[in-house]
Design a protein around this ligand. Sequence first.
Ligand SMILES: C[S@@+](CC[C@H](N)C(=O)[O-])C[C@H]1O[C@@H](n2cnc3c(N)ncnc32)[C@H](O)[C@@H]1O
Length: 322
Amino acid sequence: MRAYLACRAGFAGRGNPVARATEREVLASPPDPRRSLGSAFPRGMTEREFAAFRELVHRETGIALGPHKRALLEARLTKRLRALGLATFSAYHDHLRAHDATGEERRRFVNAITTNETAFFREPAHFEHLTTTWLPARHARAAAGERRLRAWSAACSTGEEPYSIAMTLLDGLDDPRRMDVRILASDIDTDVLERAAAGIYPTDSVGRVPERVLRRHFLRGVGARDGMVRVRQEVRDLVTFRRLNFLDEPWPIRTRFDLIFCRNVLMYFDRPMQARLVARLERMLEPHGLLVLGHAENLLGLASDMRRVTSTIYRHAEGSAA
Ligand SMILES: C[S@@+](CC[C@H](N)C(=O)[O-])C[C@H]1O[C@@H](n2cnc3c(N)ncnc32)[C@H](O)[C@@H]1O
């Protein structure tokens, strides 16, 4: 228990960048004269405005918002209208279209509309499959000299997923230090990427993580950091965070992956976008590679050649799953 409780000076002393950023923002904000616009500000989103934003969200992210998502979209964008002092969603739409030369507001817009729910070892069966089936087979390849292992957490949100992959590899590989392991973690949302890179989480978020994993891979904050944990440096060192929008052409990635986790994001896209994305992901896989989807996702009807390993794990058509 003490190893996990032990708090490295860096963590205890430096503070939580996530909390700091929020504080700074609050402290830096001058009194806002636009608040005088009243509590009804901004005005509710009309059907027409909703249609325009649905189209924009789809064009910018591929996310297909259902017709019942108006209240959700309104709630998520209201803070941006308030920040800019705009009274209507049409004015915000205009702002994005004609007054955002740097693209900064478009970035904030995208960050505001994404859904970032995630957790450490979410859908544990995936990590169990790696440990009990995939890694033992992978060891044979390592023994034959194939020491390079690349994983990609595509749509990594706040980082729990790529760190869970890193911990599983560190714990499951015969001799991780002799392997060349790298994990790319990407997301469209720059806010979540910033939090992910810090690797600092509320203690609640590791409530279901087994004690053994906690001890080995986390530090617990003390003093000002009480109630927080931090992923250990050894784990963070394996993961590189990058912004990537699945719509980008081309993707700035030159490597091929042994593992791609693309979980709980396909479901936000329509079928044509899902099919395009899966085809691109398939091309990024090594012949023996695995594609892991979320619990509510599958490749049915997507004309993919991938072979099913379990209900949500697929392997490349050309190889065996190791
Ligand atoms: C619900 S989270 C899933 C997080 C993690 N994969 C998991 O299963 O726990 C979905 C993530 O997809 C990201 N996302 C949505 N549209 C995207 C796009 N066009 N390109 C890349 N990431 C996107 C969101 O920002 C969000 O963080």
